[in-house]
Design a binder for this molecule. Structure first.
Ligand SMILES: [Zn+2]
Length: 466
């Protein structure tokens, strides 16, 4: 699914500094959320704080299951939304609306929304945002409070009806249930590119954004792992759009992933801080201040990216799951995975590594599979920045990551889980397979009751390293 982020009016949103508002206003804003599913008409009245509301900027992001429109506004204000037919469209009227960006229509053409149009309603003086649709479809409208550099926002999520339905939820899988000693396929690694959509993550003043780099590294790592026999990789996000932290974990679970690797980039006030830092989950809070701050930055993704009200989970939900004893085993294995990754990545020329650490990243919590969060480099450090911007370096780096993952699986997961099955691919030979799984040719033959060297594409072989 293509994603075409257009930062219309972004200079305005970047230069905008939201004024501090009294907390009473914040409470009223939260209470005023409304969810409209094909709502004929919905009015949300929010007390305006201060004077007229300006419409500062508009952005849009196309995800596989929805398209999100974000309108930056200068003050919390009333808005009204309705779905209309002939032609199908959604109109959102924003009170007091003075547009501070050009009123030219913005084409989207993502199969869901044709274009955005903007009107100033002559009677009421409201600013109107119109979404011309391909066909009528459910949508949500909700407000977001200012967060960090983001001002007040009105968010319109248009849902894709034809979105592939989610696969039925599997019982929270223990790896052992999924992979018996026999009939075991490829190892599935879920790669999680951090941030996306509204949430750019860390930035360097030169324009480098964490969400973009994380996706580049993730796609490269997927490609590399897919080329390793016995391994497969999937992405929690394959485009520039928002995915909540909870949804990222759900995707891993629903796909039956065996490992979870979240990719991020760091930044620090000191330009000298540099290097890769691999984290595994801690069920307690972090003790180091720098780590606490990092955890806070990564865990705030839902606040920056904009979680629809219906998806806001209580913290209790998370805490309950953490108590599950099963997790202590995966925490230990997560540590081993973190060490294996750090080991291999440390061998790449131009990369420094920092000691493996434990921290309470929300995206890792409540996963019952080994899970790590890799802060690949510091975007605030000139050497690190130069390194990650080179395609060649990126390839060397993800190759080392893949080595670390494979190495971890071969030494920890595979002996634990017993036999694996390797499906013979074009170009495989018995000796190549033996080499990949660190088996002797004889033991590979023996395990599969083969006498000669003949194998055929699609044949399933039992393999086990060392
Ligand atoms: Zn991050």
């Amino acid at each position: 699914m293509s994603s075409r982020p257009l930062d219309h009016g972004s200079p305005l949103s970047r230069s905008y500094r939201p004024a501090a508002r009294p907390s009473a206003g914040t409470g009223r804003l939260v209470a005023g959320f409304v969810v409209g599913l094909l709502a004929g008409l919905a009015v949300v009245s929010l007390p305006a704080v201060g004077g007229a509301t300006d419409l500062l900027a508009v952005r849009h992001w196309s995800a596989p299951d929805h398209t999100r429109i974000v309108v930056d506004i200068s003050e919390p204000t009333a808005y009204l939304h309705r779905a209309l037919d002939d032609p199908p469209r959604i109109a959102v009227d924003i009170a007091g609306g003075r547009f501070l960006f050009p009123l030219d229509p913005i084409p989207i053409d993502d199969g869901l929304i044709r274009r955005l149009r903007f009107n100033v309603l002559s009677k009421s003086g409201k600013g109107q945002v119109v979404l011309d649709l391909e066909q009528s479809t459910p949508y949500d409208v909700f407000a977001l409070e200012p967060y960090q550099s983001k001002p007040n926002r009105v968010v319109i999520d248009v849902k894709r009806r034809s979105a592939i339905p989610r696969p039925p939820p599997v019982k929270r899988p223990r790896v052992e249930q999924e992979i018996g000693p026999e009939g075991f396929g490829d190892f599935l690694v879920m790669i999680d590119p951090g941030h996306g959509g509204e949430d750019s993550g860390r930035r360097n003043p030169d324009g480098t954004r964490e969400k973009v780099l994380a996706l580049q590294f993730a796609r490269d790592l997927k490609k590399t792992l897919d080329s390793r026999p016995g391994f497969r990789a999937d992405l929690t996000r394959d485009g520039d759009y928002f995915v909540s932290l909870r949804r990222r974990r759900e995707i891993a679970e629903r796909h039956g992933a065996h490992l979870f690797v979240s990719l991020h980039f760091n930044a620090a006030p000191s330009r000298s801080a540099r290097g890769t830092e691999v984290f595994f989950v801690s069920l307690k809070g972090a003790t180091l201040r720098a780590v606490r701050e990092l955890v806070q930055a990564e865990n705030s993704a839902d606040l920056v990216g904009g979680l629809p009200p219906a998806d806001r989970e209580t913290q209790d939900d998370l805490t309950k799951m953490l108590v599950d004893l099963r997790q202590s085993d995966s925490v230990e294995r997560s540590q081993q995975l973190a060490l294996a990754l750090t080991d291999r990545v440390g061998e790449v020329r131009g990369v420094r590594t920092r000691p493996v650490k434990q921290a309470g990243f929300a995206v890792l919590k409540s996963l019952f599979i080994p899970a790590v969060l890799v802060e690949i480099a510091f975007l605030s450090n000139p050497q690190d920045l130069r390194f990650v911007k080179s395609k060649r370096n990126r390839e060397r780096y993800v190759d080392a990551m893949a080595d670390g993952i494979v190495n971890y699986c071969e030494t920890v997961e595979i002996p634990r889980l017993g036999w694996r099955v390797h499906t013979v691919r074009q170009g495989d030979s018995l000796s190549k397979i033996a080499h990949v799984y660190a088996m002797s040719l004889d033991s590979l033959r023996e395990a599969n009751e083969i006498t000669g060297d003949k194998i055929r594409v699609g044949q399933k072989l039992r393999v086990r390293p060392r």
